[in-house]
Write a protein that binds this ligand. Structure first.
Ligand code: VTB
Length: 332
């Protein structure tokens, strides 16, 4: 009798791919980090895109990019619909943000990351690169504890009640944009605190999953739709709730979304609508932030730190890597 434990082939492959996607975000982060502080957002983004594409094309997958970047910023994107991988292996959806926080990288400010997600084909929301309204909280609350269409003040009070604390003990993370002034005033009006970030709402949403360590209970605001889907994959892995709505305020945007299968332009998406199936998420720090250390260039070694998560098991790994001889192997 065989003593082998049988693992379904798909699960086995996913286990292998967990490490493979770490390579992808590591290379993108190293390439972007070489351009930290050069004041050139496009060049840093291009470097991350090129490295990510090169690494994605080594993976044993039949991948399709369903969430790309750049349509909105005209950045050098890995475009939606692009095929990646060696064209053999499982069919997967790929979501990428090769350099999340291009401005943070260009200015050498904290919190730039290289990030991607992978999921069974057809299970990630296929969304155009438009804006998205988002609200997110961490795990441990009843479903619907906060809601996208409730006022920011109501959401703070509801969350405080569920947590068993006063509203003044709640901190809400918000992107620092003029469009968020009502949210900021509404939150502050309850006595709760606002933490402002200049960019990087993928990491922002992830902060909600661990309030004890990050000090962040909730994320509210409007950011990129691609970043929303990536954040949803991460929350699927670590736990938490998220509600989102695409901002399709012109006929042209509604048409673009329709072509991607969005039939109801006002639909509120829950986390399971954004990422339905098994999924993997990885992010490598480009500049040091509160989630991850940035790339460190030492004399003969390049150091990276990556977080990689898998929804099927909920495992979260932090991988610190030392890279040697990158030039010899043309690895970045
Ligand atoms: C967010 C944030 C990004 O864009 O999605 C934000 O996560 C929202 O858009 O890092 P605007 O900057 O246009 O307001 C970024 O800041 C940059 O893509």
């Amino acid at each position: 009798m065989s003593t082998h434990i049988s693992v379904p082939p798909q699960l086995l492959l996913e286990r292998i791919l967990t490490l493979e996607i770490v390579r992808v975000t590591e290379r993108a982060a190293v390439s972007a980090a070489r351009l930290r502080g050069h004041g050139n957002e496009k060049a840093a983004d291009q470097a991350a895109v090129d490295a990510m594409r090169r690494e994605l094309n080594k993976l044993p997958i039949e991948g399709t990019v369903v969430i790309g970047e750049g349509e909105r910023d005209e950045a050098p994107m890995l475009f939606i619909g692009e095929k990646v991988g060696i064209n053999a292996g499982p069919q997967v959806d790929i979501a990428v943000d090769p350099l999340e926080g291009t401005t943070l990288c260009a200015k050498n400010m904290p919190g730039a990351i290289a990030t991607m997600a992978m999921a069974d084909a057809g299970t990630l929301l296929h969304a155009p690169d438009v804006y998205m309204q988002k609200i997110a909280v961490g795990p441990g609350y009843a479903k619907g504890v906060v809601e996208l269409d409730a006022s920011p003040a109501d959401n703070v009070r509801r969350l405080a009640k569920a947590k068993g604390v006063d509203a003044s003990a709640i901190t809400v993370l918000v992107l620092d944009r003029p469009r968020h002034s009502d949210i900021i005033n509404g939150v502050r009006g309850t006595g709760a605190a606002v933490r402002l970030i200049t960019d990087g709402d993928v990491a922002g949403v992830i902060h909600c999953a661990d309030p004890d360590n990050t000090g962040v209970d909730m994320y509210i605001g409007t950011g990129g739709a691609p970043e929303g889907v990536l954040a949803a994959v991460a929350l699927r892995c670590i736990g938490g709730q998220m509600q989102c709505r695409l901002i399709l305020d012109t006929e042209e945007k509604r048409e673009r979304a329709r072509k991607m299968g969005v039939t109801d332009p006002r639909m509120i998406y829950g986390i399971e609508d954004l990422a339905k199936g098994d999924c993997l998420f990885a992010a490598t720090g480009v500049t040091t932030g509160s989630l991850l250390s940035g790339v460190k260039f030492r004399k003969d070694v390049i150091e990276t730190e990556t977080v990689v998560m898998r929804s099927v098991t909920g495992t979260v790994r932090y991988i610190k890597a030392e890279h040697r001889q990158l030039d010899k192997f043309h690895l970045d």
